[in-house]
Write a protein that binds this ligand. Structure first.
Ligand SMILES: C[S@@+](CC[C@H](N)C(=O)[O-])C[C@H]1O[C@@H](n2cnc3c(N)ncnc32)[C@H](O)[C@@H]1O
Length: 211
């Protein structure tokens, strides 16, 4: 049974079990990521890689009158999260869920005040183009909050590891994010990297590699 692949793209009966496991295990970490995002009443927020929907439920309870949206490439997780968010009463508008990836977000430029993602940024491929896409859908000055477990599995089968901040922070700067802060926080079983940053108001300077 390919459990690693199930965390990257949950599907079938095993995917449903993995989704339930994620919902049980990641609540505290997701709460930290939402706290870093610091939602304000009435904001329009996006969660990327929402899995079973715990983050969307946590976001909904974090401020009044939010408009929420989410993307996840797993049809199973879209169905599971849709069931969760149908029960939410705190929201003014229905949650807009799309089956998509961070690499191609189906919204116009500057749509969101904030974006958060827990245990999914390590799966975004390629990372630099995905972060540029996140920047595109954020309004200037908009906030981004990310969190990744140290043991989170990468697409190549490795794990994020103890130095994942050394991967994320330069990638965020290159993609045009500013004021980045990172911190490792303990979880019940290991620890998680939390990073938050802001979309800079100026375009990133093209590097030699990007032409
Ligand atoms: C390990 S789960 C994390 C789910 C949830 N955020 C949590 O922390 O419990 C990773 C999720 O990211 C989704 N995912 C995989 N590749 C992605 C990509 N390129 N862009 C956005 N989400 C992705 C998967 O379908 C899965 O639901």
């Amino acid at each position: 049974m390919d459990l690693t692949g199930q965390f990257a793209l949950p599907r079938g009966i095993t995917g449903a079990l993995v989704g339930a496991l994620m919902a049980r295990r990641h609540g505290g970490q997701i709460g930290g990521c939402v706290a870093d995002l610091a939602p304000r009443a009435g904001e329009h927020l996006l969660e990327i890689g929402f899995g079973p929907g715990t983050g969307l439920v946590t976001l909904a309870a974090s401020a009044a009158g939010l408009r929420l949206a989410g993307v996840d490439p797993s049809p199973l997780m879209v169905t599971t999260a849709a069931r969760q968010v149908r029960r939410l009463r705190a929201l003014v508008a229905p949650v807009e869920l799309r089956q998509a990836t961070a690499e191609a977000l189906p919204w116009p430029d500057g749509t969101f005040d904030g974006v958060c993602a827990t245990n999914s940024v390590q799966l975004w491929q390629p990372l630099d183009a995905s972060l540029a896409e996140v920047r595109r859908v954020l309004r200037p000055g908009g906030r981004l909050a990310l969190s990744v477990l140290e043991e989170a599995v990468l697409p190549d089968g490795g794990s994020a590891g103890p130095h994942y901040d050394a991967v994320l922070l330069p990638a965020l700067a290159a993609a045009g994010f500013t004021e980045a802060r990172s911190e490792w926080r303990p979880t019940r079983r290991s620890r998680a990297l939390h990073v938050h940053a802001r979309r800079a108001n100026v375009e990133p300077t093209p590097t030699a590699a990007s032409g």
